[in-house]
Ligand binder design. Sequence first.
Ligand code: GLY
Length: 363
Amino acid sequence: MAGKKRKKTLRTVHVNAGAGYDILIEPGILSYAGEHAARVCPKASKAAVVCDRNVFFPHAEPVEGDLWDAGLSCVQLLLEPGEEHKNIETYSEILAFLAEKRLTRDDVVVALGGGVTGDMAGFAAATYLRGIPYIQIPTTLLAMVDSSVGGKTAIDLPAGKNLAGAFCQPALVLCDPYVLKTLPERTFLDGCAEVLKYGALYSREFFDSLTDPESVKKDVARVIETCVTMKRDVVEQDEFDRGERKKLNLGHTAGHAIERCSAYRVTHGSAVAAGMAIMARAAAKKGYMPEEEARALEEKLKAFRLPADTEFTAAELAKAAMSDKKASQRTIDLIVPRRIGSCEIVRIDIADLQDWIETGLTW
Ligand code: GLY
């Protein structure tokens, strides 16, 4: 690696799920992607880089350059950005690409982009040849702290988000905080919604340490490490989403409904922010959470310039949520905050969902 000056700022979080893998967080790590890929996939001769068109410039070049340097021949597929492309057609396009480029089970898929790219490339890797290794290189804060970790891969179906997918852990996750400097501010704030979610779920101290977007920016590597450590602990306990892991869906039932009702105009992080506020108000009004705690969550979202409400009615949101994959038969598991840093899974009758949302829409 002559000519590349290395800083000693590497943070490593090991995840004991699947075959076990590391999440490596380091400014500039994109330029060492090949070295790391060759280490975790020693038999690979090809790397298929599946990349969001928006990310291609400027992030693909250092990644692909280092893959070539590490002896991997690189093939590249560019995807259209956006949730509206997270569908069966794009999934099929990725599979056809992997087959056309003759990737084998020893080779590796590199998912370079935000959550949509990671979910789709991961699902293609999980199913092509009944599964080949893949590496997540998330380029948004949201993907770094949430979707790239834990092995949930999926595409959307017309009936709802993430309705077809597989649990398949990556071989490695590389998070480069430098990349976040190139993000549009709104995309960064969207990621902050998932960061705040971890505080609301598991740590009052972490929640309190995040005062505004600048507080995340100035210590972003530590923030990513803290979030993925919390997520790691959950995934190790409940890889297949039967219990504790469901809590990571705080704000997601209403949030996914908001995304659907807006035809994905409202982005995931913003929808989750509004969804968390809805759940907090409902929890307070139904006696699960002190009102001042719910108001503290609402105020925090506002400090991060994230939405705490929505234009859609409870009836519209409940209808959209019914086709969510988490609605099984007559009941749905809601993640209900008890206080900042602690939430509970509450199983409700599906018929009561509209009432919960209605209760939480406003004070
Ligand atoms: N994004 C929630 C989970 O990974 O379970």
